[in-house]
Design a protein around this ligand. Structure first.
Ligand SMILES: [Zn+2]
Ligand SMILES: [Zn+2]
Length: 82
């Protein structure tokens, strides 16, 4: 349901073939309260939605690329939501 809430596809490249390949990236790591991708939600859906609003959903491929770019630009650089 988290995947549908975020549009069901990668925000970077539009990939939508396999929901298991979609991951969440927090724009601000310090605001992370709990891991959304973990199975078995212990929080209410409202809390999950609140958290999802701070994330972008991208496929595993784009996620790796994004982190590689972040690492290359100094690690803690802020991610622009492009
Ligand atoms: Zn992608
Ligand atoms: Zn990430």
């Amino acid at each position: 349901m988290a995947v549908e809430y975020k549009g069901g596809k990668c925000e970077a490249c539009g990939y939508d073939r396999c929901a298991d390949a979609l991951e969440f990236h927090h724009n601000n790591a310090t605001s992370k309260k709990f891991g959304i991708s973990e199975k078995g939600y212990t929080r209410s859906w409202d809390a999950v939605k609140d958290e999802l609003d701070k994330c972008i959903m991208i496929c595993a491929n784009c996620h790796r690329e994004l982190h590689a770019k972040l690492a290359a630009s100094g690690g803690n650089a802020r991610v622009k939501s492009e």
